[in-house]
Design a protein around this ligand. Structure first.
Ligand SMILES: [Zn+2]
Length: 233
């Protein structure tokens, strides 16, 4: 059964209120991202848009946000027969992707990646892919000169594809980075080559590349700290 909400509206210069059916009540806070049953504060109907002001009940959050509903094309005869459809909630805080272990080594990569994620979550699907592609370039180039000792200027000036093909010796990093670059190029060019792949695949490959870099970095650090077996005291 559809939930109902009370909303006010203006009719013939008077404020009226009635109950409206909605398809759902938001179950996640757009600010703290926790699962919630929001507190309903106020509803207003303006033309075909129903706005519901609700509040996050979590003590550490308590943020008020607006759930936007629109009137479906097939409406009922009375307000209560029409089921308004949830379109989204504002304001929305993007949940940042955290790359554990490499946070301090690749701050630019993480910054660009999260800006692309924000663009994606705001529905800017046509441009966020180019952002992810740029994040990948920062990850690879910073990896090469911060962790692999390549010259900074030369690395920055070399094409990403060449950096991956000629400078990366770890096969796992190379395989994932190469494929991420192929999909990344699809996001920036007019013609798409990998038609059966999408943004999710690109993000998976970037994440895998970052994970392999993290594993390599961690393994090298452990080996450096524990170079050989200790003799019994
Ligand atoms: Zn919250």
């Amino acid at each position: 059964m559809s939930p109902t909400v009370r909303a006010y509206y203006e009719e013939e210069h008077a404020i009226q209120s009635t109950m409206f059916k909605v398809d759902s009540i938001p179950d996640t806070c757009p600010i703290c991202h926790q699962g919630i049953e929001p507190i309903k504060r106020f509803g207003w109907l303006e033309k075909k848009n129903l706005c519901l002001i609700v509040q996050c009940p979590k003590e550490a959050c308590r943020v008020l946000f607006i759930a936007h509903y629109y009137e479906p094309t097939s409406r009922g005869f009375t307000p209560l027969e029409t089921v308004y459809q949830l379109r989204g909630c504002v304001p929305r805080k993007v949940k940042k992707k955290v790359f554990h272990g490499i946070l301090n080594i690749f701050p630019e990569f993480i910054k660009i990646y999260n800006q692309a994620k924000e663009a994606e979550e705001r529905g800017l699907k046509e441009i966020c892919g180019a952002g992810y592609r740029r994040a990948l370039e920062f990850l690879i180039k910073d990896y090469l000169f911060r962790l692999k000792g390549r010259k900074s200027k030369e690395t920055k000036e070399t094409r990403l594809g060449t950096c991956i093909k000629d400078y990366i010796d770890n096969q796992n990093i190379k395989d994932c980075a190469q494929r991420a670059a192929w999909l990344g190029n699809d996001e920036t060019h007019y013609i798409r080559i990998w038609k059966d792949k999408d943004l999710e695949d690109l993000k998976d490959l970037i994440e895998l590349t970052a994970n392999w870099i993290h594993d390599e970095h961690l393994t090298r650090r452990i080996k450096k700290n524990m170079p050989e077996k200790k003799a019994k005291a």
